[in-house]
Design a binder for this molecule. Structure first.
Ligand SMILES: C[S@@+](CC[C@H](N)C(=O)[O-])C[C@H]1O[C@@H](n2cnc3c(N)ncnc32)[C@H](O)[C@@H]1O
Length: 390
């Protein structure tokens, strides 16, 4: 196994189990290594630090597979996958659909596996994981015996890694409308064609938290609703009315199907850009709860400034739309706009619109998408539940 020497200043970071080494943090010539090659990380002074795979095309040059001297093969993947599955057992009482493998947080960087009942959706996001594709698929088959396994490896990160997208059935019979059960509600999921691996599993706990605040006859606005998750929870909890908005046709179609599937009703579903919609509607003191759950406006650090402007605008308009004493669920799914940035934006809007916000809940992604304390990028989903005092 080839050795990669890292700069002395980076040693403490690895000793704290941070799993990434950037290209500018190494003392070796990165061009000497192959994409996906497994290497031993060394410091000239401190010796062996870990086993990683590398990609000379990427800003993140090395992703740590193990801080020990493990052989990266059948036994390694067998143990890692078995442990990840075991950690999700309790959550399967809440839903039949959970994330089984969450990349670095399950010590398998670049690999995502979501379980939808007897079906599995997988994403391989790096050249390093791509090397082990067959081993990963056969191990998942051995442990879970899925009826259908579908690949949805189409994230932008694959292009950066020098990989082409890979989508479609790996084996088994495709399940077109899977019935996802979550906290007593049922959602139809078109696993292959829907966004993400099919459903926003990471918002499961937050849908439930927000629904706990719903009162009989409340009026709710679900902005960027996707398949209707937050609004459907709210209607089920007693809300009288929910307005759903999403830019995607198929997301609104799925919301309609999900309302019907849960015997709930809404007459107000809109395929529209959220900014245009709020401008056209000019709502004032109309809702008891507004959910703002936009896509990741900031995929890179450079995009964060523009993204914050977008978040600020959405919070301002939602604040006008909500009643005095009403609630706003304010979410960001990009770590570049994290909890601190959401709080800063709320402070600015509080000043500009002259309202007070009382923070009721701080939310994050559900526990099947865990965060690694020493990898700040893994804290990617943040939410505030704010009460608006006008
Ligand atoms: C993070 S998801 C919402 C997840 C949803 N709240 C749930 O619980 O499943 C973001 C949604 O925003 C939608 N979207 C993206 N850009 C939009 C825009 N400019 N206006 C309205 N919706 C948009 C996407 O189609 C996607 O469904």
């Amino acid at each position: 196994m080839n050795k990669v020497y890292i700069k002395h200043s980076v040693v403490p970071k690895l000793r704290r189990f941070t799993p990434w080494v950037y290209a500018n943090e190494i003392d070796s010539n990165k061009e000497e290594f192959q994409s996906g090659e497994v290497v031993a990380l060394f410091s000239k002074k401190d010796g062996f630090l870990g086993t990683a795979y590398v990609n000379p095309k990427c800003a993140i040059f090395a992703r740590v597979l193990s801080f020990g001297k493990e052989e990266i093969g059948k036994k390694f993947f067998h143990n890692r996958i078995k442990n990840a599955i075991k950690k999700r057992e309790a959550l399967l009482n809440v839903s039949n659909s959970v994330r089984l493998i969450h990349s670095e947080a399950d010590f398998l960087p670049g690999l995502i596996v979501d379980k939808y009942g007897e079906n599995l959706a997988i994403q391989i996001n790096t050249a390093g994981m791509e090397v082990y594709r067959e081993l990963i698929i056969s191990t998942l088959k051995q442990f879970l015996n899925p009826t259908w396994m579908v690949e949805k490896s189409d994230l932008h990160s694959r292009e950066i890694e020098g990989l082409e997208d890979k989508n479609g059935t790996l084996f088994g019979e495709p399940c077109v409308q899977f019935e996802l059960k979550e906290n007593g509600l049922r959602f139809l999921v078109d696993i292959e064609d829907a966004q993400k691996t099919g459903f926003y599993l990471d918002q499961r706990k937050n849908r439930s938290i927000c629904a706990q605040y719903i009162k009989e006859n409340d009026k709710v606005l679900d902005l960027c609703c996707n398949a209707g998750g937050f609004g459907i929870y709210a209607l089920h909890a007693g809300a009288k009315e929910c307005v759903f908005v999403d830019a995607s046709d198929s997301a609104i179609e799925q919301t309609k199907a999900n309302l019907e599937h849960n015997e709930l009703v809404s007459e107000s579903l809109h395929v529209n850009d959220v900014f245009t919609f709020l401008k056209e509607q000019k709502y004032k003191n109309s809702f008891d709860m507004v959910i703002i759950d936009p896509p990741s406006f900031a995929k890179t650090k450079e995009q964060a400034v523009g993204a914050k402007r977008g978040f600020k605008h959405l919070l301002m308009e939602s604040t006008k739309a909500v009643k005095d004493g009403g609630l706003i669920g304010f979410f960001s799914c990009s770590h570049h706009v994290g909890r601190k940035e959401l709080l800063d934006i709320a402070m600015e809007v509080s000043h500009d619109v002259k309202v007070q916000y009382v923070l009721l809940e701080q939310m994050q992604q559900d526990s099947d998408h865990p965060c690694l304390i020493n990898a700040s990028a893994s804290f990617y989903l943040n939410g505030l539940l704010l009460r608006v005092e006008k």
